[in-house]
Design a protein around this ligand. Structure first.
Ligand code: GLV
Length: 327
């Protein structure tokens, strides 16, 4: 009998077909969304699951699912996992690192450009039939080339953005991270390490690429927004909750900072209603890794993790070291 797995999010048909060769698969191609309670209940017949970051795997979910042996995230972020609780329960956690780095860095840069150059706001203006003349100050935005880019979170994606800024746009790149990069990596990225305070004060564009944790919750709130330049832009491609969205909406409405580009939201897919009211923000629905090639690579890696672990005892990109489910 094939092991039973749940694919909790829609994925490519051919990846699903590969999984069906190894497993008895229940899919969610209909894209139903489940409360944590329903998700915990749904999981009950399955030894493995493939999910987006929307479904939590914590002590309660694990206690209700003693049959569970692996959960594969189709995401590099894994703040939906309580990894220590999974390890303690003998459940393998996997994510999809590396395959989305460059695509996500591209998007961070695209959102920075769109934000600084007011692309969404001006497009809405054009579509509304409001364009009457060419004016010297019409949608005049902020310079990108040659400006100072401040990156908070200098993992693989942060480094990709630093490369684009320094080498492609001649930007001065400063960064803040829990730990400092090696001198070699700093030289490669042409990036200088600064304190968070200095970064907020100096950067023309602040880019957030830090993983979500209790420690990084509201990395940017009212106090931090007050330290930024009034001409500065803020881009969040990290996770909802890294920015205090209510404080951001207030700062944007008061023109305390010039503009923001936000791909991830507190409580998404809900968006703070005040953010929807301010014009100087570009809002996108968590699409930083969304190219067909990259999403395919993410789905494949998540599937390979399930196949690797459940058929050969070895996941490809495990986040924890687990040999078997404890009784
Ligand atoms: C998406 O947000 C991811 O973590 O891959």
């Amino acid at each position: 009998m094939k092991p039973k797995i749940l694919v909790a999010c829609p994925i490519f048909d051919d990846v699903l077909a590969q999984l069906r060769e190894h497993f008895e698969v229940t899919d969610n191609q209909a894209d139903a969304s489940w409360t944590p309670e329903v998700w915990a209940e749904r999981l009950q017949p399955f030894v493995g699951a493939l999910t987006t970051g929307a479904n939590p795997v914590n002590a309660q979910v694990l206690a209700r699912n003693p049959q569970l042996r692996i959960v594969a995230n189709m995401a590099v972020g894994y703040n939906n996992f309580d990894v220590p609780a999974m390890t303690a329960a003998g459940v393998v956690a996997t994510n999809t690192p590396d395959v989305l780095t460059e695509t996500t860095a591209d998007f961070g840069f695209a959102l920075l450009m769109a934000t600084a150059r007011r692309m969404a706001e001006s497009e809405h203006f054009l579509r509304a039939g409001l364009w009457k003349s060419w004016r010297y100050d019409m949608f005049a935005g902020a310079e990108v080339h040659g400006s100072t880019l401040g990156i908070i979170g200098m993992g693989r994606i942060g480094q990709g953005i630093a490369h684009r800024g320094a080498h492609g746009f001649g930007m001065d790149v400063i960064y803040h991270n829990r730990s400092r990069l090696s001198a070699e990596l700093e030289a490669e990225c042409k990036a200088s390490y600064v304190s968070k305070e200095e970064l907020l004060k100096k950067a023309d564009h602040v880019m957030l690429v830090v993983p979500y944790s209790a420690e990084s919750h509201h990395t940017i709130g009212a106090a931090e927004l007050a330290q930024m330049k009034p001409t500065a832009t803020l881009v969040n491609i990290a996770r909802g909750g890294i920015v205090d969205d209510a404080a951001l909406a207030k700062a944007l409405a008061a023109k305390q900072i010039a503009a923001a580009g936000i791909d991830v939201f507190e409580g998404e897919p809900s968006v703070h209603p005040d953010l929807l009211k301010v014009p100087n923000v570009v809002l996108t629905p968590h699409i930083a890794s969304a190219t067909i090639q990259t999403r395919r690579a993410m789905a494949q890696l998540a599937a390979d993790n399930l196949i690797g672990f459940l058929t050969q005892g070895q996941a490809v990109t495990p986040l924890n070291n687990v040999t078997g489910r404890h009784a």
